[in-house]
Design a protein around this ligand. Sequence first.
Ligand SMILES: Cc1cc2nc3c(=O)[nH]c(=O)nc-3n(C[C@H](O)[C@H](O)[C@H](O)COP(=O)(O)O)c2cc1C
Length: 196
Amino acid sequence: MKKIVIGITGASGSIYAKRLIEVLVNLGIQTNVVATEKGKQVFKYELSMDLDTWIGELSLQHKNIKLEDNDNLFSGVASGSNKYDAVIILPCSMGTLAQISHGLSQNLLCRAADVAMKEGRKLVIVPRETPLSTIHLENMHRLSSMGVTIIPAMPGFYHHPKSIDELVDFLVGKILDYLNINNELFKKWEDTTNGN
Ligand SMILES: Cc1cc2nc3c(=O)[nH]c(=O)nc-3n(C[C@H](O)[C@H](O)[C@H](O)COP(=O)(O)O)c2cc1C
């Protein structure tokens, strides 16, 4: 993986996006971040930090991170000729999920997702909502049937997490596993039934 686009929306779970960005940037992967306005607001509310400021600080130490303007449809990531490997939208709101599942590309985030689908690249949606309505489930089914991977913000507990950070790392590790990016963010399952 050389270049990944991260989309952040106004669903709860900004901490997942922050952690994934930190890991990708430290791995040296070019990471382009697109956030909706609501995504920035929820990021500030949940993490008590400003997304623009945080990425600005990160980009002083790392050259492989860029914050995109969600209104800038002239950005490279709006075009199929720009070769990025995957688009990960986390957390993904039900609103953005609905837009993507119906091909609406009114902003850069949705356009990048649309491009990933049309170019046959990896698109990962990390939805967060509970309970889920039939509309939400139908939109997820629609995307899944088009080859989009749905990785719900739904951490497991079989690794006996002791902290929120460990729960977050479980989910981020699952996303990296799906992208074939080696990581040790969580302990992988081993068969304990026969002593192996
Ligand atoms: C604190 C907070 C948490 C929210 N959590 C969720 C959520 O988990 N899932 C969701 O679909 N919407 C959630 N919302 C509502 C979305 O932010 C709202 O639908 C918004 O219009 C989404 O816009 P976007 O898709 O452009 O980011 C939340 C809103 C707030 C203020």
